[in-house]
Design a protein around this ligand. Structure first.
Ligand code: COI
Length: 361
């Protein structure tokens, strides 16, 4: 192994407290975390330590100026019990793309991956075996200079922690097109980076959407409020008259790894697929003509989440029942099947978690 990672194991595992048949998303955390400090232009003090709180200076720059990025990824167990990652290199690359956009240092891909393998190997008993569940992995980095003033920080902390999760959306989601607010996700903005502030800017519109009875906001382009972009937590797909359609990556939306995987699978199976602009008017017309057959969101957390209805202003479009959603269901089965090893990994997306015999305590 390339890096010297100091490993301190917990003396107080709480694995036995967890009910794997009933895991709320994002509230249960595994025993350990990987931590690295960026100081004087180097990543140092690499360690795995018991998961827990840490102190932070009140002037830590991330808290004021928002230099904070993250990834969301998953590990699962194959049907015969082997721990697996899904496309970990792609997550490492996207993380560094986000870092560059926010003027933060790269985490070398080899360091990102070694920390990931060591951590998930150590906590592999935390990977839930149940279908539809997984170990959610949260790598993140934040600016740690103790300084008041707007400039890039010189010190950063990189952390990976994990936690077992069940489905993010246990039932189909309802969406409302946002016709008032925009996020930082405009052309030239930060939409294609996984930046904490993008999510912060989505909270008020999301709360307003909830108050109107909708689960999520469907974002439109920030210039004309005409073209669909994505959902707050997922990329979006439609099936219009038999064709799979999703907004093209235009710099304003997140280049989803689940999105990319599903596009690849559909194309490989010979379905007509289009990445292009989709206007809300097109959706309304297709719905009126009975041609809007499916809508679903895709993301690491959500995997594939069916959309039950979409509101655009006063117009509410109910979508066909889930039992009729052939392509969304197929996408979900394909992703889950590859993650469990039941469907052959034809693209080298599945990576076995490396096993380490000895750890330096
Ligand atoms: C993910 O899909 O992993 C995300 O980071 C989105 C968040 C809603 C959990």
């Amino acid at each position: 192994m390339k890096y010297n990672i100091k490993i301190t194991k917990t003396q107080n595992s709480h694995l036995s407290d967890v009910d794997f048949n009933n895991i709320p998303f994002g509230r249960v955390f595994s025993d350990h975390m990987f931590v690295a400090e960026y100081r004087n232009g180097e990543w140092e003090d690499l360690r795995i330590e018991p998961f827990g709180r840490f102190g932070i200076h009140p002037a830590a720059m991330a808290l004021h100026y928002g230099q904070a990025i993250f990834e969301g990824m998953k590990a699962s167990k194959s049907f015969d019990g082997k721990p697996l990652f899904f496309r970990p290199e792609m997550h490492a690359k996207r993380f560094n793309n986000s870092a560059r956009r926010m003027c933060m240092p790269d985490v070398p891909e080899s360091l990102f991956l070694e920390g990931l393998h060591r951590l998930v190997d150590l906590d592999s008993d935390w990977i839930p075996p149940q279908e539809g569940s997984a170990l959610y992995i949260r790598p993140y980095m934040f600016a740690n200079d103790e300084f008041i003033g707007v400039k890039p920080s010189e010190n950063y902390r990189f952390i990976i922690f994990t936690g077992p999760v069940g489905p993010y959306y246990p039932k189909p989601v309802s969406l409302i097109a946002e016709q008032e607010y925009v996020r930082c996700a405009v052309n030239g903005g930060t939409g294609e980076a996984k930046v904490a502030g993008n999510y912060a800017a989505s909270l008020l519109p999301a709360r307003k959407a909830n108050a109107k009875g909708y689960d999520q906001v469907m974002w439109l382009d920030a210039n004309e409020f005409k073209y669909v972009q994505e959902v707050g937590t997922m990329n979006i797909f439609f099936v219009i008259d038999g064709t799979v359609v999703t907004p093209s990556l235009n710099g304003g939306i997140l280049p989803g790894i689940t999105r990319d995987s599903i596009l690849t699978i559909f194309r490989e199976k010979g379905y007509p697929v289009e990445e292009r602009n989709i206007s809300v008017d097109e959706l309304i017309e297709a719905h009126a003509a009975g041609k809007l057959q499916e809508a679903f969101g895709t993301g690491t957390a959500a995997v594939v989440a069916h959309v039950s209805k979409i509101a655009v202003g006063d117009k509410v479009m109910e979508l066909p029942p889930v039992e009729q959603r052939k392509l969304g269901e197929m996408a979900k089965k394909e992703i889950d099947g590859r993650r469990s090893g039941k469907i052959e990994d034809t693209h080298g997306w599945i990576v076995r978690v490396k096993h380490f015999e000895t750890v330096n305590v």
